[in-house]
Design a protein around this ligand. Structure first.
Ligand code: ZN
Length: 327
């Protein structure tokens, strides 16, 4: 007889493959992740190329360490699905009693994150849109996400080769959690919005999520590969010129339109990063009420298939943050 869930004993998805290169001179420790979501294959492909470059001597690691985890979620990757049992990039924390596949992976992943200084987590997305980077908050001592490496993280994000950088994730995710509670939907944990980068900041480092483009677009692999090379150069793990500042637009995600009832829906066809004017109709409630942009800003993560308790879209404004630190 067992009191543990049936999934407790499921271990068929084998070990994580972790590849580490340690230079002979000291320096920062960079972790590069791929396939945290199993249907996002640009990360593993970009990482494989970077590993081959280092093994062949085409890229010469002269200081510090770089660790590659090409396929973070093997179960989801094998299934070619976003999640295995659940989304690995939510509620990521140490769990002494793991209850599902992602809990077990998370325990390894958290230990790996703690052992590094900087994280590049490579993703792709389903719909249309420009590649972008998600970075964390300004330095703060608040309870939600205290942080003290905003300048280093912002400079890292600004030089990864993509033009759009966003921040504000946990502040807005908090509102989704609160709204679900208000609607009487199954509650989300306070840690639901915490993924790899949030854990990395908790652990004393910094990290960014790179969204390279569409899942199946070969260009997404190129974006991911270029970002790895830029990260190695930026952290001076290789001797190469400091990467140029690629960020052209910084968006602070500040609002969320939540599907509160069946029939609430996105109005119009949007993609992440589309500019909107104040008053533009973003969504329509089931009773016909229009939801309008509260100011000039940008549409973020529109979802035409949102169900009650999920986000129809996020809304962002031009950020006052200047990310790049002068060389
Ligand atoms: Zn992803």
């Amino acid at each position: 007889m067992t009191i543990l869930p049936a999934s407790f004993a499921e271990t068929r998805d084998g070990p994580l493959e972790i590849i580490r290169f340690a230079a002979l001179e000291p320096g920062p420790k960079l972790l590069v992740l791929g396939a945290v979501h199993g249907d996002e294959t640009c990360g593993p492909k970009a990482i494989d190329r970077a590993i081959a470059d280092i093994r062949a001597g085409r890229v010469d690691l002269v200081r510090g360490e770089v660790t590659f985890l090409p396929i973070a979620n093997r179960k989801a990757y094998r299934q070619r699905t976003r999640a295995g049992d659940r989304n690995l990039n939510r509620d990521l924390r140490d769990k002494p009693v793991p209850l599902d596949h992602e809990d077990r992976v998370g325990n390894r992943l958290c230990a790996l994150l703690r052992a590094h200084d900087a994280l590049l987590d490579i993703h792709s997305f389903r719909g249309e849109g420009e590649p972008f980077v998600f970075c964390g908050p300004q330095n703060n001592t608040d309870a939600l996400e205290p942080f003290r490496h905003a300048a280093a993280e912002g400079d890292f994000a600004a030089r990864l080769g993509v033009a759009v950088v966003m921040h504000g994730w946990l502040d807005v995710y908090r509102r989704l959690i609160d709204c679900r509670a208000r609607l009487g939907l199954p509650p989300l944990l306070p840690t639901e919005g915490h993924g790899t980068t949030e854990y990395m900041r908790f652990a004393g480092g910094y990290g960014v999520t790179l969204e390279c483009g569409r899942h199946a677009d070969p260009a997404s692999v190129e974006i991911g590969y270029a970002a790895i090379r830029r990260a190695l150069a930026h952290l001076a793990l290789i001797d190469a010129p400091k990467p140029d500042v690629s960020a052209r637009l910084v968006i602070r995600v500040c609002d969320i339109v939540i599907c509160e009832a069946q029939g609430d829906r996105l109005e119009g066809v949007w993609k992440t990063g589309d500019p909107v004017a104040a008053g533009a109709v973003l969504a329509r409630r089931a009773d016909g009420t229009q939801v309008r942009a509260p100011s000039d800003g940008y549409v973020v993560f529109p979802d035409a298939a949102a169900q009650p308790g999920q986000s129809i879209c996020y809304f962002g404004v031009a950020s006052e943050r200047r990310l790049a630190v002068a060389p």
